[in-house]
Design a protein around this ligand. Structure first.
Ligand code: NAP
Length: 284
């Protein structure tokens, strides 16, 4: 893993996260690999970075102007490590975590009951050592999201925590268009995987109309870049950031060179999209 010091003075663009009042960088940093090396399908497996390497990655991300940090209780000790690493950092991170899925080192279990979600939020606040979480997303199992009242207890717990001010925004990381559609009724933020699924694109448009902020996950096919065609990183960033409603692409990486490449690709994508829009408006 190549960790080189980053020397960048330019800051990545931001977009409003729906109507949450939060402005987010168009690239976010996913942290599965900060804490979990089993039960994941990344090519070549996972080597969890040392504290020094993880701190260098955060420093690089801060220098690039990235403000989204995405973690979860299901990402092994990612939350606890971030809690330690963020302590001495004044950077205004918008920390996103999840609730509903737990990982015991060998398998996941899911519990979307009111008491489980309440306990999960308290645990995340403690592990991340922050007075307020930027966002808590239900970490969907892909099944409960399709049942009419599957998230009702979870929702009560999250809404209560938001009203108490310990969570700024709430939402869901879902696996299906049906789940995303159902969550539109209550979510401030949705995390979606796009791929070739047109139904997800329709949901993103509806979300944008409702003011729900959309985060894209797995835009780099969880590292299987060979499935993404020519210029995979640049192509994936352009395709994803062009989807109406998408505010930020959350990409997991533990490699500073990849982080920098992703940042450049995302920046170039939004520049090109802005130029295309201007050309359409002026008929050029
Ligand atoms: P992803 O962002 O599509 O891909 C991450 C993988 O791509 C890592 O193995 C990373 O390896 C590699 N990569 C990143 N940039 C690269 C580059 N420029 N060139 C070559 N390889 C590159 O998939 P993901 O991590 O599964 O999902 C993204 C984030 O979404 C997660 O970190 C998490 O925060 C969130 N999320 C994930 C899931 C899930 O089920 N996976 C579910 C919900 C939310 P290196 O470390 O070597 O860069």
């Amino acid at each position: 893993m190549a960790f080189s010091p980053l020397n960048s003075s330019s800051s990545i663009a931001s977009r409003p996260l729906g109507r949450t009042g939060v402005s987010v960088s168009i690239l976010g940093l996913g942290t599965v690999k900060f804490g979990r090396d089993a039960g994941v399908k990344y090519p070549g497996g996972v080597r969890i970075p040392s504290d020094e390497e993880a701190a260098a990655l955060l420093t690089a991300a801060e220098g690039l102007g990235i403000n989204i940090l995405d973690t979860a209780p299901a990402y092994g000790n990612s939350e606890a490590r971030l809690g330690r690493l963020l302590r001495s950092r004044p950077h205004p991170w918008f920390v996103i975590t999840k609730a509903g899925e737990s990982w015991d080192g060998a398998k996941s279990t899911f519990d979307f009951s009111e008491s489980a979600i309440e306990a999960s939020i308290e645990q995340s606040l403690s592990r991340l050592a922050v007075p307020q979480l930027g966002c808590v997303l239900l970490h969907s199992d892909g099944i409960t999201e399709k049942s009419e009242n599957g998230f009702s207890g979870a929702l009560r717990a999250m809404q209560r925590a938001r009203a108490a001010g310990v969570i700024r925004t709430i939402g869901a990381s879902v696996k299906s268009a049906a789940g995303a559609s159902a969550a539109l009724a209550w979510a401030d933020v949705l995390m979606l995987e796009f791929g070739a699924d047109n139904a997800m694109r329709d949901i993103a448009s509806q979300a944008a109309e409702r003011g729900v902020g959309i985060l894209a996950k797995k835009a780099l096919a969880s590292g299987h870049l060979d499935t993404l065609g020519r210029e995979p990183v640049r192509g994936a960033m352009t395709r994803t950031l062009a989807i109406p409603g998408v505010c930020s692409v959350v990409v997991g990486t533990t490699n500073i060179d990849h982080l920098r490449e992703n940042c450049e690709a995302a920046s170039r994508a939004v520049d090109e999209l802005a130029m295309q829009r201007r050309n359409m408006e002026t008929g050029a």
